[in-house]
Design a protein around this ligand. Structure first.
Ligand SMILES: NC(=O)c1ccc[n+]([C@@H]2O[C@H](COP(=O)([O-])OP(=O)(O)OC[C@H]3O[C@@H](n4cnc5c(N)ncnc54)[C@H](O)[C@@H]3O)[C@@H](O)[C@H]2O)c1
Length: 426
């Protein structure tokens, strides 16, 4: 075991600031046991693929820091999934919760950190519950499916700051050494001013589930969440948010507007598009082409590329810059796996009593993706102000249905399969 990733406080703050996650003022420290033998307790909401993966990432992060972590409690919509994860960590039945309201009991358990890995529609509600209960939070991306939800996460970021709680998001590129180095170099003028670029997440179709005989609407939506915009935000939000996050991070702010098109050709269930192509106008004559596609048998590629006035760079790859050699780019020493490093950063922030706050940046990236989705669904130009300040805009108040409250009240009506937006009509 090595403690080399326990970063001295000054270096730690510099690194996380470079990642665009804000270290807040000194926290109201709520870790239960103090001192070097501190034992952390965590809870997981959403025991699916990523939830189980995030717990393993967290345990690996803790191990690399020499910290002791107990997986204390879990919750899932489906009891069998909660029980399966509980069995792995010997969690007794009284700390295993199920159903749409199980999260309410989980956040009341004596844990320090809550990990959220449910479908995105539930993120704002579950984040609010965790922060109200005084927990540090790890929140998988994306963090909302509509503008109302994204703004709520921004507001909750302020609540976390006031309470001295960390909120670390699953946008792992912000925790990876190659991205941190390039972003630092760009921010320090290596390629001049960014004037254009292209970001993409193009690949094959994702998994989907058919409705089973007599299955309830809520069960079907939870099982087949990657097919419904109301649950996932559509794949531009669910998947492409990673690349949009890098664009916002490297350029330094979200776009002013989005215009684009998309369509549906191959999907069997749900109401999502198969592909999106967008012009993102970042102002100052900077335009980024964003494209994403989930269609089998087509050319794939996942990356980010930026043109500057004095060079070019990939997000985490090659940089062409005459200035680079003159810059003393700091070493960003990170774990080889960004999904472990984000938990190292979370744990370090708690140990160093310098809470991280990535709520705003991940909410902005989520909202950028939502802006792109609305532009493509409707065929209209959508402005950032339509989603953030212009209360007269029809999109400002957009809140998709069913909502988390509908799930909790057992009043879910699933959108129809294969009924999807037609640009110009939507
Ligand atoms: N950072 C990354 O690279 C990355 C990779 C994969 C997934 N993700 C994100 O992680 C999240 C989960 O994805 P996944 O692949 O694990 O999906 P999944 O379907 O495998 O798991 C989701 C789990 O949440 C449970 N759930 C649904 N609604 C719930 C509720 N209201 N309360 C409690 N549990 C509920 C489901 O039953 C399921 O077990 C998504 O937001 C996804 O975008 C991030």
């Amino acid at each position: 075991m090595t403690n080399s990733l326990i970063i001295p406080r000054r270096t730690f703050i510099k690194n996380v600031a470079a990642a665009g996650v804000v270290a807040a003022a000194l926290p109201l420290f709520n870790i239960q046991a103090q001192g070097t033998a501190r034992k952390f307790k965590i809870g997981l909401i959403g025991c699916g693929g990523r939830g189980n993966g995030a717990v393993e990432n967290h345990l690996e992060a803790a191990k690399s820091l020499g910290l002791d972590v107990e997986v204390h409690t879990v919750a899932d919509f489906f009891p069998d999934r909660a029980k399966a994860t509980a069995a792995k960590y010997n969690i007794p039945p009284e700390r295993v919760f199920a159903g749409a309201t199980g999260y309410q009991q989980l956040v009341l358990q004596p844990v320090d950190i809550v990990l959220l890995a449910t479908p995105p529609v539930f993120r704002p509600t579950h984040l609010e519950a965790g922060l109200n209960a005084g927990k540090h939070m790890f929140i998988e991306k994306p963090v909302a499916v509509d503008p109302v939800g994204a703004r709520k996460v921004m507001a909750l970021g302020e609540v976390a700051k006031q309470k001295g709680l960390s909120v670390v998001a699953g946008t792992q590129r912000r925790h990876m050494g190659n991205y941190l180095r390039n972003q630092w170099a760009v921010a320090n003028g290596a390629i001049g001013q960014i004037v254009g670029g292209r970001i993409s997440w193009c690949g094959g179709a994702l998994w989907y589930k058919e409705r089973t005989e007599g299955e309830s609407d809520d069960s079907y939506l939870v099982r087949n969440w990657t097919s419904f915009s109301e649950m996932s935000g559509d794949h531009i939000v669910e998947q492409h948010v990673h690349n949009l996050d890098v664009a916002n991070w490297f350029i330094g702010h979200p776009p002013e507007s989005a215009l684009g098109f998309g369509g549906r050709a191959r999907r069997r269930t749900g109401d999502q598009f198969d592909f999106f192509s967008l012009d993102l106008n970042y102002g100052d004559d900077c335009h980024i082409h964003s494209m994403c596609r989930q269609v089998n048998g087509t050319y794939g590629g996942v990356d980010e590329f930026f043109h500057g006035t004095e060079g070019t760079t990939y997000g985490g790859g090659k940089m062409q810059s005459a200035k680079l050699a003159q810059l003393s780019v700091p070493e960003f020493k990170t774990h080889a796996n960004g999904q472990v490093q984000e938990h190292i950063d979370l744990l370090n922030s708690i140990v160093n009593q310098q809470p991280l706050n990535g709520a705003r940046t991940v909410a902005e990236s989520t909202l950028t993706a939502i802006m792109g989705r609305i532009a493509c669904y409707t065929g209209q130009l959508v402005r950032w102000s339509d989603l953030t300040t212009n209360t007269q805009s029809p999109w400002y108040h957009l809140a998709l249905s069913p909502s988390p409250a509908d799930f909790e009240a057992g009043k879910v009506v699933a959108p129809k399969d294969n009924v999807y937006p037609i640009p110009g009509e939507a």
